[in-house]
Design a protein around this ligand. Structure first.
Ligand code: PMV
Length: 354
């Protein structure tokens, strides 16, 4: 019996410059470029196993043990189809002796080691792991940027999880999306002292999905138009420079400004969208006060909050300040700490030492 099988993992990424808005909903082409940090493999990740076999009668997918229907025309179907097309083009057409895996159906099993759809970017790690496992199954000789073109069509932000470290998703200009892809800004090893602390304020499924939220924002928000034309291009350049120079103060300032503007754009949507709750806002106040004291003493910020399409905070810090900030959060939010014992912690780069 022939058995073709491969497993791959992909971590979550957390955006510092937020992607919010599509100019093409089918190809998932964004209205602005974005930039994120991919977390360590060990913490928030999806692990996916793909298998191809001539006896399989249809493509099938299981997410955390339950079967998920692959609907015709869905993003899932698009990603699987595109990966089979690449297998044929890059392997089978070039080497006639290669097994014809592109003609076989696949069975895919994917697991997240964290709550799904709680504003913790599960779709990003999920589609990145799916594309990576199929790329391994199909032995594709292609770059992560090429794979990012396909992961993007599953979930936009997934394209950034094909790389570790600091990653930009360049929006591109072409109508076919061939230049809307992820590129590495710097590897994780460039700035190993940068940590991300994930504060799970609420791990319930989020209210407004990113797909419907973005569509409503694109249709109704004048602030989005200002953001994409006059704000994001400069921020992309400035934060890339801050990362290359390991300038935490600038990195923190831009990250917080961009999180604030993303949530302002959500509020500017008609009807408005609220992703942050009172605990999220209290964490903003705490980080702001912590930074005010740090600026008074040293002239520089020590922490940066950022929020995606949900209430959970991610706080970027340098390793030397990580313990202080975790202790401070636990002190101010003892109820949350009691309820979610294992969710406040250091989850990113080299976190075990923290
Ligand atoms: O890729 P999606 O559709 O899950 O959108 C993600 C949007 C944000 O997480 C809010 C921002 C981002 O750039 O990741």
């Amino acid at each position: 019996m022939s058995l073709y099988q491969a497993t791959a993992s992909a971590p979550v990424n957390i955006a510092c410059i937020k992607y919010w808005g599509k100019r093409d909903t089918k190809l998932i082409l964004p209205t602005n470029s974005s930039l994120s940090v991919t977390l360590d493999q060990d913490y928030l990740k999806s692990t996916t196993t793909s298998r191809a076999d001539p006896s399989f009668e249809k493509d099938q997918l299981w997410l955390n043990g339950s079967e998920d229907e692959i609907k015709p025309g869905s993003r899932l179907e698009t990603c699987i189809k595109e990966m089979k097309r690449l297998r044929k083009q890059e392997v089978e057409d070039k080497d006639p002796s290669a097994p014809k895996l592109s003609t076989m159906h696949v069975r895919i099993a994917s697991y997240n080691n964290f709550p799904t759809a709680a504003g913790l970017a599960s779709s990003a790690s999920g589609f990145a792991a799916l594309v990576s496992s199929l790329a391994a199954l199909y032995a594709l000789p292609v770059s992560p940027s090429t794979l990012s073109l396909i992961a993007r069509q599953g979930s936009g932000s997934a394209c950034r999880s094909l790389f570790g470290g600091f990653v930009a998703w360049e929006m591109g200009t072409k109508a076919d999306g061939s230049d809307s892809l992820a590129v590495e800004v710097a590897p994780q090893s460039h700035w190993p002292s940068l940590h991300a602390i994930i504060c799970v304020v609420n791990d319930a499924k989020k209210g407004t999905s990113s797909t419907s939220g973005m569509q409503r924002t694109v249709e109704t928000s004048p602030l989005l138009q200002h953001r994409i034309k006059h704000v994001v291009p400069q921020r992309m350049a400035d934060i890339s420079k801050a990362i290359l120079q390991r300038d935490f103060d600038s990195f923190a300032r831009i990250t917080m400004q961009d999180s604030n503007q993303f949530h302002a754009v959500a509020l500017d949507t008609d009807p408005p969208i609220f992703y942050m709750n009172d605990v999220s806002k209290a964490i903003v106040a705490l980080v702001t006060e912590y930074n005010r004291i740090a600026i008074e003493k040293t002239g520089k910020r020590k922490a940066a909050y950022t929020y995606d399409a949900g209430p959970n905070a991610v706080i970027y810090v340098e390793q030397e300040n990580a313990k202080e900030i975790v202790d401070m959060i636990l002190q101010y939010f003892p109820d949350a700490a009691a309820n979610f014992k294992d969710v406040f912690g250091l989850y990113a780069n080299d976190a075990k030492k923290g």
